[in-house]
Write a protein that binds this ligand. Structure first.
Ligand code: PEP
Ligand code: MG
Length: 889
């Protein structure tokens, strides 16, 4: 019979940390902590396989589970000294989800389960604290009704707010036992009214209700969105953890909190966290009361007048510090801990690898390597490549004038400017229109995930460093200021009141997630410094990696930035982008309008010096590094005006008739320009264009070689080749120009001619094409488009539906479709090498900067990846990780 239930407690466990797939992260780590002999309340984990079975069987739990749960309840009762459902030997439990990957706040939790009208009195008697017992009971009714019975929590919040107003209280902790009993009575009446049935009194009925609800919550919309954003497969499922309750709300010697073994924002090697006295876990996360600091040092730094845990409960603090040290050394990573102190005794409720900002991840990895806890190679593997993006975010120029209108906690680093919006839907709408927004909320909840994702930054007026907004923003790498208590949000009127100033939806603000400041208007920003820990880790990454990383760049500014980010050359210079500036577009249009080759050549002669100086600058910036320049690719009509107004204006400026211009535009019109007269097809029709570009490249290379003293070996790239004959035709023109330029210069130089592989036919015929091509660069944007037969410009409108319906997991234009497009790449690489063993192979589609695609490129053995300058560090790290994994490290 399958083992569905794994027990833990009393210094041992059925499972361990290596059972993450089966027990989920929380369950596996609870087991591990028990095995380490740490103080963990006993309990058991129902496996993720039960979740799979639950969904496979139309949301029903498998046979045999019941008996295993009963046995596990009995075993945990033995350890805890209680019996579930028995008022004489009271044992209450918590029921929590726990999947393989942590999904904070996405699924459901129920605490204090097992309470009813009878056991609450037993709890009061056993604890000697009636107020505590009824407070626990009302919490349970609230949570259970919301999570399991579907009675919205707002119903209860309203009742509680009304009651507090009647009693004249501000805080929940002010209510007496009798007053909580009164509130519970009102809750029960509400439940009867909503459901037509009373709140369930039977402990087992409560337990199975909660277990079912946790499994069902795997498919709630928040969890689905979270999985999509974090690439977590639906098939993983969640485990359910049932654990004996310990109480942080048993008076002033009790508390609950969260702690990180190192600072998750800065990476500093110091215990960091928050706690609340006389509270249960959800109070810390909900941000209703402002939490206290764990260490004295943090309290002083925060300027808080509330005592730290270190001062208030020194014994528990000492134990927590020791356990934190042990867990970090054991897991060899920064840990995120949850704990509860029940009447002075510390209990551990969770440990997991802590989420952290990119900056702190770098510091932690670099310092742990320095401490000898991990190797340099492991340090490289510890950094999520995509997270480096956070470091590449701008920060506010220190010399900028700051018009400060409020401040809160520096919850997630980086600065962001945008229009104020007050709802997540508004944020999403604005994003669709390419508008930058700051999502301003009193506090966020898991329902806001899509809005937080769409916004440039997040500002909340309530909640601490571990509030939902703070945790999620850090995970997403978005700047966030939380708990800006001096600001007032009024959703009804759509206003934000800040130091006497009323701001409205659409007004521009800037938030500084590094200091917690909120500023009026837009503020000048600075680009980040890429030194210190970043440089160390990138240095180790460069030692580990095999593939080179180049950049896609055509402007000098981009090329310089790419070099500063560590690019090792240019993998794609899209020359068409150079034809739009000032006089160039005029010469370009003149060329397109010319009726004869002679006319075209005379216009091209005007473009030649401009192209030459562009290339010269690129060669100089990239001195000593390879530069791949692609011949003109887009269809010519892209350079012509289209509306009547534009046509009239351009015709007047060019001194041609509007009629002629219109006729030429119409002639060039194509039904599907992406599959039309573009790429090498232009060079076949108008070889003089390719000749001019080749001349500009070679003259610039010769000149740059002289100036920099090191020979430049330009790589001339022919786009959209499908037939070897196309490449032969164009290559002949390029070679002839090279010969002429060498004769003119009186010296010889090296160059390469290669092709993009961006059509399925080119991939199929790569063996033959390699006879002419000295390199292949995989243009996976076009290759994805042509393999799928999906237009890259129109894909997003329906691919999202595919993803939501589970037909595809990832957008193939973002992350390479390994099975289809990837297969073509693999095949072409093999065929190319078959013909020409030393053929240079690279990729220059968007995928070159996507970590999963970079891993694929490593597996195919490409020589380099090329991506946009900002993604160069990401690609360097991803390439290093791919190489390390390929070596089995
Ligand atoms: C490609 O098709 O992948 C490519 C890099 O070229 P472009 O995006 O310019 O079509
Ligand atoms: Mg292309």
């Amino acid at each position: 019979m399958t083992k569905w239930v794994y027990g833990f407690g009393g210094g041992s466990a059925d499972g361990s940390a290596s059972d993450r797939e089966l027990l989920g992260g929380k369950g596996a780590n609870l087991a591990e902590m028990c095995n380490l002999g740490l103080p963990v309340p006993p309990g058991f984990t129902i496996t993720t396989e039960v979740c799979t079975a639950y969904y496979a069987n139309g949301r029903t739990l498998p046979d045999g589970l019941n008996g295993q749960v009963d046995a596990a309840l009995a075993a945990m009762g033995e350890i805890a000294g209680g019996r579930f459902g028995d008022p004489q030997k009271l044992m209450l439990v918590s029921v929590r989800s726990g999947s393989r990957a942590s999904m904070p706040g996405m699924m459901d939790t129920v605490l204090n389960l097992g309470l009813n009208d009878e056991t609450v009195a037993a709890l009061a008697a056993a604890s000697g604290d009636e107020r505590f017992a009824y407070d626990s009971y009302r919490r349970f009714i609230q949570m259970y009704s919301d999570v399991v019975l579907g009675v919205d929590h707002e119903n209860f919040e309203e009742i509680l707010e009304d009651a507090k107003a009647e009693y004249g209280f501000e805080q929940d902790t002010d209510l007496s036992a009798a007053q909580w009993q009164d509130v519970i009575g009102r809750y029960n009446a509400k439940i009867e009214q909503e459901l037509g049935a009373p709140f369930p009194q039977d402990a087992r009925e409560q337990l199975w209700g909660a277990i079912n609800a946790v499994f069902a919550s795997w498919m709630n919309p928040r969890a689905i969105t979270y999985r999509r954003l974090h690439d977590i497969p639906e098939s993983w499922g969640t485990a359910v953890n049932v654990q004996a309750m310990v109480f942080g709300n048993m008076g002033d010697s009790s508390a609950t909190g969260v702690a990180f073994t190192r600072n998750p924002s800065t990476g500093e090697n110091a215990l960091y966290g928050e706690f609340l006295v006389n509270a249960q876990g959800e109070d810390v996360v909900a941000g209703i009361r402002t939490p206290q600091n764990i260490t004295e040092e943090a309290r002083v730094a925060a300027g808080s007048d509330k005592p730290s845990l270190q001062k208030l409960m020194p014994d528990a603090f000492k134990t927590l510090t020791e356990i934190a040290g042990r867990l970090e050394a054991h897991y060899r990573d920064m840990q995120d801990l949850e704990f509860t102190i029940e009447r002075g005794k510390l209990w551990m409720l969770q440990t997991r690898s802590g989420k952290r900002t990119a900056k702190s991840a770098l510091r932690i990895a670099a310092e742990m390597s320095g401490e000898g806890l991990i190797t340099n190679r492991e340090a490289v593997l510890r950094i999520e490549p995509a997270s480096l993006d956070q470091l590449l975010h701008p920060t506010i120029d220190p010399n900028a004038r700051r018009d400060i209108i409020g401040s809160g906690l520096p919850a997630s680093p980086g600065a962001a400017t945008g229009e104020i919006v007050f709802t997540s839907d508004e944020a999403e709408e604005a994003k669709a229109q390419n508008r930058d927004v700051i999502l301003v909320r009193v506090e966020t909840s898991p329902e806001d995930i899509h809005g937080m994702h769409a916004a440039q930054g997040i500002l909340t007026t309530r909640g601490g460093m571990t509030s939902h907004a703070a945790v999620v923003a850090r995970g997403m790498g978005k700047p966030c200021v939380s708990g800006a208590g001096g600001l007032r949000v009024d959703y009804r009127t759509g206003t934000l009141l800040a130091m006497g100033v009323t701001l409205r939806k659409g007004d521009i603000i800037t938030i500084d997630g590094g200091t917690g400041q909120v500023l009026k208007g837009a503020v000048p920003m600075l680009q980040p410094e890429l030194s210190g820990d970043f440089a160390s880790i990138m240095g180790w990454a460069d030692e580990a990696r095999r593939m080179k990383v180049r950049a896609n760049a055509e402007t000098p500014a981009d090329a310089r930035m790419a070099r500063s980010f560590g690019a090792e050359g240019i993998g794609l210079c899209r020359t068409e982008h150079m034809f739009f500036d000032g006089e160039r577009i005029v010469a370009m249009r003149e060329m397109i309008l010319a009726d004869t080759e002679a006319g075209r050549r005379s216009a091209l002669a005007k473009l030649l010096p401009m192209q030459r100086s562009d290339f010269l600058e690129l060669f100089e910036i990239m001195a000593g590094l390879p530069v791949t320049i692609r011949l003109l690719d887009p269809p010519l009509h892209e350079f012509l005006p289209h509306s009547d107004e534009e046509i009239a204006e351009v015709a007047a400026a060019m001194d041609v008739s509007a009629e002629k211009l219109r006729q030429r535009t119409e002639t060039l019109h194509e039904f599907n320009p992406m599959l039309g007269h573009r790429g090498c097809r232009l060079a076949v029709s108008y070889p003089e264009i390719a000749e001019m570009q080749a001349r500009a490249i070679f003259e610039a290379a010769a000149e740059a070689g002289k100036r920099t003293g090191s020979p430049v070996v330009p790589e001339v790239m022919v786009p959209l080749v499908g037939l070897k004959e196309e490449l032969d035709y164009v290559k002949k023109r390029i070679d002839d120009v090279a010969e002429t330029v060498m004769k003119e210069a009186g010296s010889r130089f090296d160059y390469l001619v290669g092709t993009m592989i961006e059509l399925p036919r080119a991939a199929l015929r790569a063996g033959l094409i390699a006879e002419a091509a000295e390199f292949f660069s995989f243009g996976t944007n076009d290759l994805t488009q042509t393999t799928y037969g999906i237009s890259r410009d129109d894909a997003s409108s329906f691919l999202e539906t595919y993803r939501q319906k589970g037909l595809i997991e990832k957008d193939p234009f973002v992350s390479i479709d390994v099975d289809g497009v990837g297969e073509l790449v693999r095949m072409a690489a093999e065929k190319g090498r078959g013909t020409r063993p030393d053929i240079k192979l690279g990729i220059c589609g968007e995928h070159g900067g996507d970590p999963a695609s970079v891993e694929f490129c490593e597996s195919v053995g490409l020589d380099y990846v090329s991506c946009s300058p900002f993604r160069v560090p990401i690609a360097r790290l991803a390439a290093a990780q791919a190489a390390a994994r390929a070596e089995g490290i």
